[in-house]
Ligand binder design. Structure first.
Ligand SMILES: Nc1nc2c(ncn2[C@@H]2O[C@H](COP(=O)(O)OP(=O)(O)OP(=O)(O)O)[C@@H](O)[C@H]2O)c(=O)[nH]1
Ligand SMILES: [Mg+2]
Length: 333
């Protein structure tokens, strides 16, 4: 699987507007035939600016329009008229957009707050008109300056979802089903692995209208931490979540072993970023409505020493308890 369908990682080319030129002009009218220099300055070129927008959740449009330009500044004119300032191009991006060098992948900056602005290509300066060169020893200057070119640069933009909770699990474990049960999101649910190919955010609203965001992250596979499959893309999203929910398929469909699943998931996370080992988490035993689940659960408890919360995401059983745990964790009692 190649990360082609991924729009949360795009390369863009930003070209800011050039500054307008200053001009040489001299004032003339009936009464003042030699009125002196009056060439105006060129306007500054428009810049390209990324702006944090909580209502945007993908970089899709930039994937389809990677070449972004801003307006050039207008040229100056006689009668000391300044050139028009080029309009900035403002690109709304989701909170959690990371700006990187496209070649070295080096971190440059990131958008984390609503309304935060980062200039990624600065517009050129407008050139000075000849009026600016007037001095006591040069009353009629014929100099002016050209505007400077706008900055031009390529960037890699990457989206790390800013979720409070990340759902972690193997394909088919029931993560999307759980997200549907807990939040307003409606991800696709199907009985084949890798149904979810893009991370999806849902908002869980509590009775008192406080809310947290939960990310349904595509199923992990072994070797994800080494970049197998789309491993790195998914782990990047998990890294941002403050709380992790491990969704384990207790029905052990697809010949899974739930205890191995849990251990391997943890191993992948820790290999990717050791800090993830310390992150608060909750383990869910899903699909406990299935008959085989009981036996698997007993084996799971014995092998891992854990006492997971038993749920059936499909039937919505156990969801109230999950909400309680999350509420206590994020807002205390
Ligand atoms: N019996 C039972 N089936 C469930 C339960 N939860 C999910 N399923 C089924 O398991 C299959 C996979 O569910 P998804 O929610 O798509 O799983 P996922 O973890 O999002 O899978 P990927 O997106 O492929 O990684 C679907 O056929 C669901 O109907 C459950 O509690 N009980
Ligand atoms: Mg899914």
């Amino acid at each position: 699987m190649k990360p082609i369908s991924f729009k949360d990682r795009v390369k863009i080319y930003a070209k800011a507007g050039n500054g307008g030129n200053g001009v040489v002009a001299f004032h003339r009218d009936k009464r003042t035939p030699r009125g002196g220099p009056d060439g105006g300055d060129g306007g500054h070129g428009g810049s390209i600016i990324l702006k944090g927008d909580p209502n945007t959740d993908s970089l899709n449009y930039l994937h389809y329009q990677p070449h972004q330009r801003a307006e050039h500044g207008g040229n100056g004119a006689g009668n000391n008229r300044h050139g028009r300032r080029g309009k900035n191009t403002i690109l709304s991006v989701p909170l959690g957009t990371v700006i990187k060098d496209p070649d070295t992948e080096e971190f440059i900056d990131e958008i984390i707050e609503e309304g935060q602005e980062i200039v990624i290509a600065k517009g050129g300066y407008g050139g000075l008109g000849n009026l600016r060169f007037k001095s006591s020893i040069n009353q009629a200057p014929d100099q002016c300056k050209e505007g400077t070119p706008g900055e031009e640069r390529a960037y890699r933009l990457e989206l790390k979802l800013m979720a409070d909770v990340g759902l972690v699990g193997y394909p088919n474990a029931g993560k999307s089903t759980l997200l549907t049960a807990l939040t307003d999101a409606t991800p696709k649910v199907a009985s084949y692995p890798f149904t979810t190919i893009n991370p999806i955010l849902g908002t869980l609203v509590f009775e008192n209208y406080t809310r947290i965001r939960i990310a349904d992250i595509p199923g992990l596979i072994d070797g994800a931490a080494e970049g197998v499959g789309l491993g790195h893309y998914f782990l990047r999203h998990i890294e941002r979540s403050r709380f992790l929910i491990f969704v384990i398929d207790m029905a052990a469909e697809d010949n899974r072993n739930p205890a191995d699943d849990y251990r391997n998931l943890r191993k992948e996370l820790e290999t990717y970023n050791p800090e993830l080992a310390d992150r608060p988490f909750l383990v869910l035993a899903n699909k406990t409505d299935e008959d085989v689940a009981e036996e698997n659960l007993a084996e799971f408890k014995k092998e891992t020493g854990l006492d997971p919360l038993c749920i059936s995401a499909g039937l919505g059983e156990g969801c109230e308890k999950i909400k309680e745990i999350l509420y206590d964790h994020f807002f205390g009692k």
